[in-house]
Design a binder for this molecule. Structure first.
Ligand code: 13P
Ligand code: SF4
Length: 349
């Protein structure tokens, strides 16, 4: 173990269960080796809410994940992030003011010719700011992650309502398709345009409206990548994260959250070849872990520069002094409504 690794291990031993280090699957292996738990967004949110002993929770991931941990953890617990600049660009693609304009449009003037004011409920992907989650909670909606979006959409449909999903267009389209909602009953809301570029006819036919937002890491997967694999390695199975464009997802063998991708790889027969379309740290780690049993290749290497901001050096820096600038605090009023949206998700799935 490196000297830095040794120092981290010493501090962890000293603090025992007063310290909880959580790590997302996209973290580099050297960081994950120091984490008490690793997981996808859903698992990590649950863990932060369930842990009662740790006074300090260090979150190795991006800011929105650490914010959710702060919202779900107890008042005696403080959440830290090793690099406070580790944001998620997708989370910045929806702001509370634009969401409020969208809500006005969807509820315009009470009941109207193309639907009822109460027709729509928001579903907010956890890859969003705490303010967006709060607006969702206050409106009666729920958050979701890529592993439970279908269940949360069903929770909305079960109430006889329609889904207003933000901020990832692709997860919205892909979840709709998983539930058998045809493309012509899904509309794209582009916040740059008045009423998102939609009109009364769109609202009349749509069962799902998806916000125009995306993840740079996954949007770069294209149909040609899949076609290339099909041509060169016809025996390979291809699995991608559902933040990938629907045209890609539909010609792959499977899609799923980071945890579901890991489960998929663990379940395949020895000697298989699996091509994975997601952040490259996870792909490379799976390739290493399953070496000699399963051949694992990247659909195309794609790096999340923000996840990569966390390393052993800044993890050790936090653990040495727990500096105030690394603390993650969601404003109390925002946290209250944001918790409503997160807890609805945890209860529904
Ligand atoms: P998961 O919820 O699948 O872990 O994904 C989080 C994420 O940020 C994917 O880009
Ligand atoms: Fe955000 Fe994409 Fe990075 Fe996930 S992979 S944290 S969605 S930028």
């Amino acid at each position: 173990m490196s000297d830095i690794g040794g120092q981290i291990a010493d501090i962890r031993r000293e603090l025992g269960d007063k310290l909880l280090i959580l790590g997302h699957h996209y973290q580099r292996s050297s960081v994950l080796g120091h984490c008490d738990e690793k997981g996808d967004s859903l698992a990590l949110a649950r863990l932060a809410g369930l842990n009662k002993t740790a006074e300090k929770i260090v979150f190795c991931g991006v800011k929105f994940m650490a914010e959710s941990a702060d919202v779900l953890s107890g008042s005696n617990q403080t959440v830290f992030i090793p690099d406070p600049m580790a944001g998620c660009p997708m989370a910045q693609m929806a702001d509370a003011e634009s969401m409020s304009r969208a809500r006005e449009f969807l509820q315009a003037g009470g009941d109207h010719a193309y639907g009822l004011a109460g027709d729509w409920l928001p579903v907010v992907y956890v890859n969003s700011t705490a303010e967006i989650k709060a607006a969702c909670g206050e409106w009666g909606g729920s958050t979701c992650t890529s592993s439970n979006s279908a269940k949360v959409f069903e929770w909305v449909f079960g109430q006889g309502k329609k889904v207003f999903f933000l901020p990832d267009e692709h997860l919205g389209w892909n979840t709709g398709a998983d539930l058998g909602v045809p493309d012509d009953e899904i509309r794209l809301y582009d916040p740059r345009f008045e009423n998102g570029g939609l009109d009364a006819d769109d609202l009349a036919v749509a069962r799902i409206i998806v916000w125009k937002g995306f993840c740079l890491v996954h949007q770069r997967f294209v149909v040609e990548h899949v076609e290339h694999v099909r041509h060169e390695r016809p025996e390979a199975k291809i699995i991608v994260h559902p933040e990938s464009p629907k045209e890609v997802v539909r010609i792959c063998d499977a899609h799923g959250s980071t945890a579901q991708i890991i489960e998929y790889v663990e379940a395949v027969a020895d000697g298989s070849t699996i091509v994975i379309g997601t952040e490259v740290n996870l792909v490379e780690r799976l390739a290493e872990e399953h070496k000699g049993r399963v051949e694992i290749l990247a659909l195309s290497p794609s790096v999340c520069a923000n996840m990569a901001k966390i390393n052993e050096n800044n993890l050790l820096d936090v653990l040495k002094t727990f500096p105030a600038e690394s603390e993650v605090h969601v404003d109390v009023a925002v946290a209250e409504n944001s918790r409503l949206a997160l807890e609805r998700m945890l209860a529904a799935t």
